[in-house]
Design a protein around this ligand. Structure first.
Ligand code: FAD
Length: 406
């Protein structure tokens, strides 16, 4: 099969690797508009499940990704100068986006994929001899936009403003820092992605952003103010940005994308071109890599192209729907920060970790917290009762059956 992949992001590159592994006779080219060394973004996070998944799907690149990742196992939440809460958490991982793409591009090339940098594709008609065109060209996909009616893309522009920055401060934990200003709260999600750098995603409500005059500041001015606001966590380290063409800072509003259809003829959407999920659930790269694996499996499960693409669309759309829901509630939690921020610190942190709940926005926060505590106590009670029953069974033989804990 002759395959053209548009975009050299994680989705396209991983797809090309897995396709070649399944059948080395596939003729695959990845077209990336930017030079090899340039990429947006700093580090991305992922969980242990992704690493296990990658090790099964393609051990060679998984090993390199694993070796280039850093990890943490606790989360620190700083609420202005009021409190700092540290919690043990599941192990989380971070990797430089640049390093991830270099690993994937090297592995793709080693398997015989052609990776052409500085090659922008304006439409699939430039790729007329391809049997399959994969649109892995990101959230603003031009290939998708050319058939906007068919794909039925819907974009929701999220309310808060954010900026994706780097820093030389190396955080030991995943850190949330909420800072109060006279114009409202501004907060930072900070995590390490290499031995000497971390990511800082900084977010605030539009009124805070305007009040702090970020709308009038150039990038250097924005970074100076942000370094002052987050001085406590930065320990004198600088924030590093990426100015826009006019020199202003790269503040954005997240765009949540859904598509009614994911393929048209031999053109198929992959990764961010098909869907995006708010960065506060840190899942976009993981989902893009999983899309790639599902598409490869679907194409080889049925040798006819159309049923393969239909199967991929059906499977992935239903999975992504759940992530969209979780991401919506998560984004909403931060949009409604004033509803939670004055809670006692432990309650705030507990509700932040349950921000994907569909119930939370409809229940008074303290009541929701108490309900959570009650459920936890009941589970603990059930567990203890179960252990007690098991011990009783052991002592008296198994004359007992059914009931709690069995
Ligand atoms: C602030 C922020 C934080 C995030 N943090 C995380 C995180 O912690 N964990 C996580 O899993 N995800 C995270 N994400 C999401 C993640 O970055 C994306 O979901 C992921 O990069 C999607 O991969 P992709 O390959 O589909 O698209 P992209 O990575 O966007 O790649 C698309 C590529 O296509 C190229 N391209 C575009 N148009 C053309 C064209 N016409 N011709 C040729 N090339 C083209 C682009 O240059 C780009 O290289 C975050 C996103 C944001 C905004």
């Amino acid at each position: 099969m002759k395959v053209a992949c548009v975009g050299g992001g994680p989705a396209s590159l991983y797809f090309s690797i897995l396709m070649k592994r399944v059948d080395p006779s596939h003729d695959i080219t990845v077209y990336e508009r930017n030079p090899a060394t340039s990429t947006y973004g700093w580090g991305v996070t992922f969980g242990a499940e992704l690493l296990s998944y990658l090790h099964v799907a393609e051990p060679e690149s998984a090993r390199a990704i694993s070796e280039s990742s850093v990890s943490w196992d606790n989360w620190v939440t700083r609420i202005h100068d009021r409190a700092t809460v540290t919690e043990q958490a599941e192990e989380g991982f971070g990797i430089s986006r640049h390093r991830l793409l270099a690993i994937l591009a090297d592995r793709a090339r080693a398997l015989g994929v052609r990776v052409e940098f500085q090659r922008e594709i304006a439409g699939e008609d430039e790729l007329a001899d391809a049997d399959l065109v994969v649109a892995g060209d990101g959230v603003n996909s031009v290939l998708r936009e050319r058939h906007a009616d068919h794909f039925g893309a819907e974009v929701r522009v999220e309310r808060n403003t954010y900026i994706w920055l780097g820093t030389t401060k190396v955080f030991d934990s995943f850190i949330f820092a909420f800072v109060q200003t006279e114009h409202g709260w501004i907060w930072c999600y900070g995590y390490r992605f290499s031995e000497d750098q971390s990511t800082c995603v900084i977010e605030c409500a539009p009124a805070t952003w305007k009040g702090l005059e970020f709308d009038q500041a150039n990038e250097a001015e924005s970074l100076i103010l942000l370094e002052k606001l987050f001085a406590d966590i930065l320990d004198g380290h600088p924030l590093i940005g990426r100015p826009q063409a006019d020199g202003s800072a790269h503040w954005l509003n997240f765009r949540t994308l859904t598509n009614r259809r994911w393929y048209r003829g031999n053109l198929v959407l992959l990764g961010d071109a098909a869907h995006t999920t708010h960065f506060s659930i840190g899942a976009g790269t993981t989902l893009a890599l999983e899309d790639a694996a599902y598409l490869v499996a679907a194409l080889h499960g049925d040798t006819r192209l159309r049923p393969g693409l239909a199967g991929y669309e059906q499977q992935r759309r239903s999975t992504i729907r759940q992530f969209h829901k979780a991401a919506r509630y998560s984004a909403q939690w931060y949009e409604n920060l004033p509803r939670y921020i004055d809670l006692p610190p432990m309650e705030l942190v507990a509700l932040q970790s349950r921000r994907e709940s569909s119930l939370l926005p409809h229940v008074p926060p303290r009541l929701y917290y108490q309900m959570g505590r009650t459920v936890e106590s009941l589970c603990e009670f059930k567990h203890r009762l179960g252990s007690k029953l098991a011990r009783t069974r052991h002592a008296y033989g198994d004359g007992l059956s059914g009931g709690v804990g069995s």
